[in-house]
Write a protein that binds this ligand. Sequence first.
Ligand code: BV8
Ligand code: ZN
Length: 246
Amino acid sequence: MEFNPEFIEQLKKAKSLLFFTGAGISAESGISTFRGKDGLWNKLKPEELASFDAFMKNPDLVWEWYQYRKDIVESTEPNPGHFAIAELEKYYNVNVVTQNVDNLHARAGSTNIEELHGSIVRNFCMDCNAFYNHQEFEFKNKVPRCKKCNGLIRPDVVWFGESLRGNAFPNGEKSAKQCDICFVVGTSAIVYPAAYIPLTAKQYGAYVVEINIEPTEFSSQANLSLWGKSGEILPEILSLVISGKK
Ligand code: BV8
Ligand code: ZN
């Protein structure tokens, strides 16, 4: 891929990069996206399963769905897109702010990661907040109970209508305000408040680069859109940097 001179110039003078990622960066790892043609949300409406009410109405069904997704996630590997971002830490101060719950950025070796919507490999008790991480539970289709208080155990993901937990969003905002280049990778950027992150980066003067296989609602906000698969484009950007054209 030929990169435009302005982008190469921006890469040369940049010190800190922000990668705001969505399901598209994990598509090449075999994890289906949400809104793509075989997307998760084509088969069912988000609020039907990814919401607190759905869990209260039928905890076993919601638990089984997350165990099914967790098994897929654990049987896949990060792809060259994830690895390129981790590798760029050798040349820049890199922050990853992701909507993905698949833990693949961490498995690829990225160190500064904010998981805005949590992680599918972590679980906690809804009553006493005891954590149950990376554990195999007896039944995949029966919601487990807390050993301490017998409360329901749920996946540590943010459901629709729930506010984001911990400092992931404020930390993400901070990185957005400080970055020189903000890469918006594999996301339709329509879920809020996550989608405020790249808008904040733009507002604070970052050079915004979208990487997607097709235009999105965010495309008009980007300084540059690179059309194609993130698992192919990100390694090319890495080799551009390594080949000293930095
Ligand atoms: C909340 C975890 C506060 C669970 C997820 C303001 C305006 C409008 C609506 C709202 C608003 N504020 C709040 C809302 C409601 C809602 C919302 O935003 N709804 C949307 C649908 C309009 N937001 C919330 O509910 C949030 N909470 O606001 O709470 C509050 C609290 C109390 C009372 C009032 C307010 C919580 C939202 C978090 C929900 N949890 N995930 C789980 O995973 O099960 S969201 C989930 O869906 C993902 O995390 C992600 O965020 C989103 C999916 O989006 P993408 O990742 O972008 O995936 P998508 O498939 O859409 O796109 C993939 C892209 O990749 C495509 O563009 C495709 O072309 C591209 N692609 C594909 N292959 C490749 C590729 N690109 C490159 N390479 C490839 N190979
Ligand atoms: Zn408990």
